[in-house]
Design a protein around this ligand. Structure first.
Ligand SMILES: *[C@@H]1O[C@H](CO)[C@@H](O)[C@H](O)[C@H]1NC(C)=O
Ligand SMILES: *[C@@H]1O[C@H](CO)[C@@H](O)[C@H](O)[C@H]1NC(C)=O
Ligand SMILES: *[C@@H]1O[C@H](CO)[C@@H](O)[C@H](O)[C@H]1NC(C)=O
Ligand SMILES: *[C@@H]1O[C@H](CO)[C@@H](O)[C@H](O)[C@H]1NC(C)=O
Length: 384
């Protein structure tokens, strides 16, 4: 790599820190530097000599070193066979702009572990703005490339998180079973999947009744030793309880760290499933009670209709139970009561293996007019 020097550019060193040094742990900044360099190089591809710029800004335009003078880039060619590019710094956080070879750019970025993720991706996908990504300001360190080097604000997929197994469709393997359909495949973790269903809005944290496409990754999956399970303590299966009388539902729950719930109107499905320090899903449960035509109903219920629904947002008590008051009770009839165990952003719990016992419970009970014999273990509670 050669650092181009030019006498006429006395005030403009050709090797400049494009992003001022940020405080970052030595283990953290390398990867982020690589990601930053990729983003800047992608951004440079969209620049021309007519792009506007701000004083002090350095960039690469048409593979030449570019410095902003009076709102316009002034170009200085690199020597033949060299190109202008952003490179990750090695000893501190940040990037540099230099004249070098394409292979040097590639190997320096590869050494950080960063990758552009998708070979078909062009610079147009980055939203890092040129002025912020490349402005030099020693006085006010920018944080435009975001976090502490862990990739969580980068618009570029880190090579360390690419699931290479997603690239094969599952067909013709020694584990294949007849009738299996080919899986959709991806070499970039499906990060842009929702662009393939442009008729669907992004879920974007909302509960969109017409349907949507959710771009959040699935997240942390607990071990088989930490799968949620639940069993109703009251009412129990086949109980008979009095009509229009408040009662308390008790639910025993295990294998999940209860008491975690996010805003369901603004953060629905909006973050990956997360685990607590014991490896259990941080989440919460719900109960839903649906009216049946009879206790022997054989047709599927209509999920848009239910007699009672409640999120059980508390932490389970010392008995490992959660509670819900069904104030005013239920009219006479047959009912199905189910749990919905979810992660904190309301997505159904995801576990490590396909074959497992139910993560939820369902019981069936009958509500009868007062005066009829009841046998519920259900505790009546005062109406409020
Ligand atoms: C499939 O093949 C792999 C190696 O190619 C082997 O490790 C695995 O045990 C095989 N699985 C089955 C179900 O035969
Ligand atoms: C309650 O009574 C119903 C109807 O007599 C019966 O089918 C059911 O098994 C009883 N349930 C319990 C828990 O005793
Ligand atoms: C249910 O109602 C009882 C009596 O009003 C009250 O003490 C209890 O805290 C309520 N439980 C829940 C889970 O709301
Ligand atoms: C329960 O309430 C419903 C109306 O909510 C009413 O139609 C029904 O007769 C009541 N049943 C009893 C046993 O009071």
């Amino acid at each position: 790599m050669k650092f181009f020097t030019l006498a006429a550019f006395a005030f403009a060193p050709m090797f400049v820190n494009a992003i001022p040094t940020r405080r970052a742990s030595s283990s953290g900044f390398l990867l982020q530097n690589g990601v930053d360099a990729i983003n800047q190089n992608n951004q440079f591809k969209s620049l021309t000599t007519s792009s506007s710029c701000t004083a002090g800004e350095n960039a690469c335009v048409n593979n030449e070193f570019a410095q902003c003078v009076s709102g316009k880039f002034v170009l200085t060619a690199c020597s033949s066979s060299l190109i202008c590019a952003a490179l990750p710094l090695v000893n501190s956080a940040g990037t540099s702009i230099a004249c070098t070879t394409q292979s040097d750019v590639d190997s320096r970025i590869a050494a950080t572990g960063a990758t552009s993720g998708s070979s078909g991706t062009t610079g147009s996908t980055t939203s890092v703005s040129t002025s912020t990504a490349t402005s030099v300001s020693a006085a006010s360190p920018t944080s435009t490339s975001g976090s502490s080097g862990n990739g969580q604000s980068s618009l570029t997929l880190l090579s360390s998180v690419i699931a290479k197994g997603f690239a094969q469709n599952g067909q013709g393997l020694n584990t294949s079973e007849s009738g299996e359909v080919a899986s959709l495949t991806s070499t970039n973790n499906f990060i842009n999947f929702c662009a393939t269903v442009p008729d669907q809005p992004l879920t974007n944290g909302q509960q969109i009744k017409g349907g949507s496409c959710n771009p959040a990754t699935m997240g942390s999956i607990p071990s088989t030793a930490n799968m949620p399970s639940a069993k109703f303590v009251s009412p129990v299966n086949m109980d008979t309880i009095p009509a229009n009388t408040s009662f308390t539902v008790s639910l025993a729950i295990s294998g999940i760290s209860t008491g975690f719930f996010t805003n369901a109107d603004s953060n629905y499905f909006a973050a990956p499933q997360q685990l607590d320090s014991n490896g259990q899903i941080k989440g919460h449960s719900h109960i839903v009670i649906e009216a049946l035509s009879s206790i022997q109903q054989t047709t599927p219920t209509n999920p848009t209709k239910f007699a009672f629904f409640l999120g059980l947002n508390s932490k389970a008590d010392s008995k490992g139970q959660l509670y819900a008051n069904v104030t005013g009770g239920l009219p006479e009839g047959a009912y199905k009561m189910s749990t919905i165990n979810t992660a904190m952003n309301h997505q159904p719990a995801l576990v490590a293996v396909a074959q497992h016992g139910s993560l939820d419970d369902a019981v069936y009970f009958t509500v009868v007019a007062s005066g009829t014999k009841t046998n519920g273990t259900t505790k009546a509670v005062a109406s409020s």
